[in-house]
Ligand binder design. Sequence first.
Ligand code: TYM
Length: 331
Amino acid sequence: MEKKVLYSAVQPSGNLTIGNYTGAIRNWVKLQSEYECYYAIANMHAITVRQDPAELRRRTVELLALYIACGVSPEHCTLYVQSQVPQHAELTWVLNTMTYVGEMERMTQFKDKSAKHAENINMGLMDYPVLMAADILLYQTDIVPVGVDQRQHLEIARDIAARFNNRFGETFRLPEAYTLKEGAKIGSLQEPTKKMSKSDENPNASVYLSDDKDTVIRKFRRAVTDSDNRIVASEDKPGVTNLLNIYSAFAGCTVAEAEKQFEGKGYGDFKLAVGETVADVLAPVQAEQKRLLADKAYLNQVLKEGADRAYKTARKTLSKVYRKIGFYQGE
Ligand code: TYM
């Protein structure tokens, strides 16, 4: 039986956080043998906010090394850079003509990023979800493992696909979001009701995958909690709840099990345990990433093979789309 298709991507914009790991990459590894997987480096999405060109280039390779260091297998999965497969931009253009400005203006991420980058509200920022829909639809994707913050984009991708299918006949498979409970929504350590983000200006708000053990422990020690000393998850305790979530995602247990484990303990001991658990997961990933980055020839080869494979699939879908909408392709 043919395997179902899984698609996901991360932007090479800034330092990846533990949220990117638990919400996305960690789940990619779990699912890779069960699905036919495409994992992209979304550099076209990244330029919707200003990027330094040299840094963008460096981060692209670092992100590939990170995927592999986290356990994503280049033999079993297609790993590639989005800009190396031109069909992403081409399908975006077609889908743009069946997406409404009002829908894009209502997207939460667009509103957040517009507020944050008021001096640079460019067309790309608004079009971000359409490019993401094109990514997913080009590969006839069944499931898309993402964190909670991306679910709205997944819904719009489904809407656009259904709209196209209705108008031109069955063309795209409708993708489903795949979100695991633990780690799908990691909050900032300083403002736990906000998501932990690569682009947070406060370095204590995010734990980066590149942080060393001392830094990880220091950041967790400074994480905001509250004044009562109970280690339980509840709506009025967002800081403690966030730490319990992080702990459960990294220790491989449920939040209820974590609560039990820390019953009667103080916040100091709890934060230290969270920090140590996270740091112990990150250390081997960092060492492997460093080793891989010393072998650029290998990484370039992985990207070349990935782009070739992705291109073949993407070309098939785009050609079907062009045929359906009446773009002349020779008779
Ligand atoms: P990016 O780079 O912003 O995020 C990459 C992945 O990390 C997840 N994530 C989180 N999960 C839990 N807690 C957090 N604090 C947290 N922060 C980020 C995101 O949900 C995402 O899964 N637009 C995508 C990139 C993309 C994409 C695609 C994804 C481009 N094309 C096609 C899926 C399919 C994004 O959010 O990137």
